[in-house]
Write a protein that binds this ligand. Sequence first.
Ligand code: PMT
Length: 387
Amino acid sequence: MSSDGGSNNINTLHKTQSSPAIENAIDRSAPNFTAALEKDETSYFDTNPPPPELEEFSQAAEAFVKLHCEHQRRVVLVTSGGTTVPLENQTVRFIDNFSAGTRGATSAEYFLEAGYAVIFLHRQFSLLPYSRHYSHSTNCFLDFLSEAAPTDAGSRKNSIVAREEYTAKMLSVLRKYKHAKRENLLLLLPFTTITSYLFLLKELAMKMRPLGGKALFYLAAAVSDFFVPRERMAEHKIQSGDFAEKDGEMELINPTAPGAGKKLIIDLDPVPKFLKRLVESWAPAAMIVSFKLETDSKLLLTKCRLALKRYSHHLVIGNLLQTRKYEVVFVDPESNYWLRLPQSTEEENGGKFASKQDSEIEALIVPEVVRRHGALIWDVVAATRSS
Ligand code: PMT
C-alpha cells in the first residue's frame, strides 16, 4: 500500500492494475505489527489531536467513579461499535466497519442487571442500552404507538399509548432504563474516530484507577487496525482531478489529458496495539477482557491464544462474524470454553439461522464474565490477607 517507500512489486502493481491481489495490498516491509511500547504511546498521543470533548468526558468519568467507589460498586467500561478512519482532516470520506454495537449495548444491560455501574464508550449513533430494543428496529418507532381511544378509562383526549402487543416488554425496558438513570448507573460517552477512541480509552482507564480490582474492561468495540496519521492526512476533500490557481480562481488542469482520471491509493499505517499498555500501565489492577473477531473458523482459536500471549490480559472472547450472535469461545491461559445458544433448525425458522426463543448470547456471556471477575477480586483479597 505504500506509495513512496513500498516494495518494487507493489509500486509496479499500482501502475498496472486497479484491483491488486489481496496479498500485495499489505506492505510487508513495514515494521512488525506487535504490542505498543511506551515510546509508541508517546509518539501516537503527541502527534494525533485529542478529541475536543476529552476534558468534559474525563470530568464526567471522574465524578462517576467517585460516586461508585463510595458505594463500593464494581464498574465496567464497555466499549462498543466501530471506530472510523477519516481520510481527510475536514472529513467527507472515512473508512468504517460493520459493527452496529449490538454486543456492547446488550452486554451493558446485563452488567447493570448484575449490579455493575457501566461506562458505555460507544460509537456515536450506534445501539444504546435499552433504546436498542426500539431505535434500530425494522419497525419505525411510531409503529409501537397508537392514539389512545377517547373511551379508554383514564385516557385523555389526544394522547398516545404503546400498542397493546408491545406494552409488557416496553414497560419492563422502561423501568430498567429509568432505574439506571435515577441511580446514575450508566454513563454514555460517544466517539467516532479511532483516534478519539484511543484518547478516551486511555483517559478513562486513568480515571478508573481508584476502583482497583473492582474495575472491569470489556472491549467489544470493533477497533480499526489501520489509519492515516495526522501528518499525511489531506486537509480538504480529496479531489478526483488536479486544480491550480489562475487569475485568482481555481481551475481544472488538463481535464482531457491521458491519465487525468485518477485512482485513489490509500496508504494506511498500523494502529499501535495499545492493549498491552492498558494491561501493564493504564489499568494494571483491573480485569481486562478483549474480544477477537475472525471470519475464518480455522484461525479463531489460534488468534485468541496469540492475543492472550501477546497482551497478557485475563480473557479473550472469540467470535466469528457469521455466528457471533449464537456462539462465542472464552479463551484464558488454562482453557477454551464454548458458550452456545440452542439453535432452531432452519426448517423451524423459515430457512433462517437463529437462536431459539429470541434469547441473547450476552445473557450467557455476562454472568460468566461477572463470575470470573468476582473470583479474581477474591484471589487478590486472599493474597493480600496471607502476605
Ligand atoms: O457490534 P456487533 O455487531 O454486535 O459485533 C460485535 C463484535 C463482533 C464487533 C465484537 O463481538 C468483537 O469481536 N469486537 C472486537 C473486534 C476487534 O476489534 O477485534 P480485533 O481483533 O481487531 O481486536 C482485538 C482487541 O485488540 C480488541 O479488544 C481491541 O481493543 C484491541 N486492539 C485492536 C486494534 C488495535 N489497533 N489496538 C488494540 O488494542
